[in-house]
Design a binder for this molecule. Structure first.
Ligand code: SDX
Length: 438
């Protein structure tokens, strides 16, 4: 193993192929925390077989120092710091610095980082033209996929992935420009003029300003809403090897430029089983409509023959409360109180739905708890953000996590192109049949 890699303990496992009697002893690698991993890299050459793990439920695709999740204990650490502490004491710029560089910044480092990110928030003026090519009712995630993928055509001077300086500039550009690109997708749908970023605002304030300000009058960002948005960005910033992050790593493993890799991550995040769930939660709450219809939908969620699932519930890793959901629920109450929204029916519905679901054996037995997406949509809606923008804002937050993992993957001396194998169930080799004989 390379220096700085997982400690290779003395533990091993031995696999015996009972059909041939051949044995293979494989190292058990231990990390800082979490389950040990079996290093199976000799498996194919020694026993002529692959592992089989659709959905990668029990597969470690890489080693990483960025984020740690304990799904059973409901623990989430960014570079070792509990998410609860970071959400309470840090702003998003500190979280972005921590994820990218591995340490929390001191005051001077933070100021320099904020300056560097701030001065990359503008986008090339010609990018305006990309928006005009979309229908006004285009989903913001469709626009995000297209515009972010196009960035490599405008910032070609930071696409040489072998150059650490260019990797850093591309990383800063992506983190800095995502709020501008997302806010302009919102403005385009409204038919309102784009608002340019402002260097005197924080990351969260600038995002809100570009979404809600107009050239016609001055716009003051509500500090409570700005703090809530900042916290939501922090809670969504990274989450280990989730589907979209794994997509970014796999795309990056071929040497694709960072802008193309992040566009791939945006596409993966869009799915309702992943980042698209926050939008799907609100659509579900609207469909349920009232507390007395909750039992009907709980029954649908439990029916194996019904594709309906309780959106915002369950998680591939968390088999306990998603720690982000708890913080999000508190933030939800704070925002609604600050906005004087007392009887938000959707929040009442969500709280009752959570109560009923958490008492139902089906959810208890399967350890299905609310996840990060269950409450975030209610906050977004209270702020005045339409459902279609929810996942785009998730993408804004997750970009720093994707970029951190992309850099970690590129800098890994063991890095190879990702190329999973398969269990082939197709036809055996057969004789070709010309069309006249078919
Ligand atoms: C995110 O990976 C990440 O880290 C993602 C994320 C991140 O920050 O990157 O955390 C963000 O994607 C959060 C998840 C958002 N998705 C949703 O809220 C959509 C609703 N949730 C489900 O689609 C589902 O829970 C998944 C996709 C999240 C997880 O799917 P799994 O791993 O297949 O679920 P499972 O294996 O734990 O399911 C076990 C059982 C199954 O039933 P049985 O076969 O045992 O009878 O629970 C059932 C599932 O059918 N189940 C649900 C359910 N989720 C799982 N039943 C009803 N409603 C649900 N929401």
């Amino acid at each position: 193993m390379n220096k700085g890699k997982a400690a290779v303990g003395n533990d091993t496992v031995t696999l015996t192929d009972n059909s041939t009697g051949r044995k293979l002893e494989m190292p058990l690698l231990s990390g800082t925390a979490g389950p040990r991993v079996i290093d199976i890299r000799a498996l194919y050459s020694e026993l002529d077989c692959f592992t089989f793990d659709p959905g990668f439920m029990a597969t470690g695709s890489c080693d990483s120092k960025i984020t740690y999740i304990d799904g059973d204990a409901g623990i989430l650490l960014y570079r070792g710091y509990p998410i609860e502490d970071l959400a309470q004491h840090c702003d998003f710029s500190e979280i972005a610095y921590l994820l990218l560089k591995g340490e929390l910044p001191d005051a001077g480092e933070k100021d320099r980082f904020v300056h560097d990110i701030t001065y990359h928030t503008m986008v090339h003026e010609q990018l305006h033209n990309f928006y005009n090519g979309f229908r006004r009712d285009a989903h913001p995630m469709a626009i995000m996929c297209g515009v972010v993928g196009a960035l490599s055509a405008f910032y070609h001077d930071s696409t040489d992935i072998s150059d650490p300086q260019q990797r850093m500039i591309a990383s800063y550009r992506l983190v800095a420009k995502m709020p501008t690109i997302a806010a302009w997708a919102f403005k385009y749908a409204l038919g309102q003029p784009f608002m340019y970023p402002r260097n005197d605002l924080t990351y969260a304030e600038d995002l809100l300003h570009m979404m809600f300000a107009t050239p016609c009058e001055s716009y003051g960002v509500d500090p409570v809403i700005a703090r809530a948005m900042d916290r939501i960005l922090t809670l969504h910033a990274d989450h280990e090897q989730n589907a979209s992050t794994s997509t970014v790593r796999l795309a990056g493993s071929s040497g694709a430029n960072p802008f193309a890799c992040i566009a791939a991550g945006i596409a993966s995040l869009w799915g309702p089983a992943h980042g698209g769930a926050n939008e799907a939660v609100l659509n579900m709450l609207h469909e349920i409509g009232s507390v007395n219809r909750i039992p009907e939908y709980i029954a649908k969620a439990k029916d194996r023959h019904d594709p309906f699932r309780l959106m915002g519930f369950g998680h591939r890793v968390y088999k306990n409360f998603d720690p982000r959901a708890k913080i999000m629920r508190d933030t939800c109450h704070q925002v609604l109180d600050a906005l004087g929204i007392r009887d938000e029916p959707l929040l009442e519905l969500a709280i009752e739905l959570e109560r009923i679901a958490l008492e139902d054996d089906y959810f208890v037995e399967r350890k299905l708890y609310p996840n990060v997406d269950f409450y975030s949509g209610i906050i977004f809606r209270a702020i005045g953000i339409p459902e279609a923008m929810f996942t785009a804002l998730f993408a804004v937050a997750r970009t720093v996590g994707w970029v951190a993992h992309w850099n970690e993957m590129i800098e890994d001396p063991d890095q190879k192109i990702g190329r999973p194998r398969q269990l082939y169930l197709g036809p055996e080799k057969r004789k070709f049949v010309p069309i006249e004989a078919r």
